[in-house]
Design a protein around this ligand. Structure first.
Ligand code: SF4
Ligand code: SF4
Length: 110
């Protein structure tokens, strides 16, 4: 069974992903600094989420078909906070023409 997120990726191509510079690996955190751009002295943003069309530079594959996060273990805090099926998830899925999360998981939820 494949997790629905692996055939989605809509949230990674819908929102600015901003987080503290202290999450960057060159500041003691884990997020690869090369994949982020500076916003100001305390905040940075995942590269690719700072322009339109939005698409995080760490996202691999094709949205709505097959995707992956190239830095899954080291992804920044906003990526941990967005939960499948929550408001942000559903909004992103709708934006990309995908059915609601509950519908996508269908009978896979036990
Ligand atoms: S939009 Fe929802 S279902 Fe799609 S990858 Fe993000 S959390 Fe997963
Ligand atoms: S870091 Fe990974 S989980 Fe976060 S937006 Fe980028 S591709 Fe998605």
């Amino acid at each position: 069974m494949t997790h629905p997120c692996l055939s989605c990726g809509a949230c990674c191509a819908s929102y600015r992903v901003d987080f503290s510079i202290y999450e960057l690996d060159d500041a003691g955190g884990r997020v690869p600094a090369g994949l982020a751009v500076e916003v100001n002295g305390s905040t940075c943003r995942m590269r690719g989420t700072d322009h339109v069309p939005i698409r995080c530079a760490a996202l691999t594959g094709k949205v709505g078909e097959q995707v992956g996060c190239g830095i899954y273990e080291w992804r920044p805090s906003p990526c941990h906070e967005l939960e499948p099926g929550d408001y942000g998830c559903e909004k992103a899925r709708a934006r990309h023409g995908l059915p609601p999360y509950a519908e996508a998981v269908g009978d896979r939820i036990v």
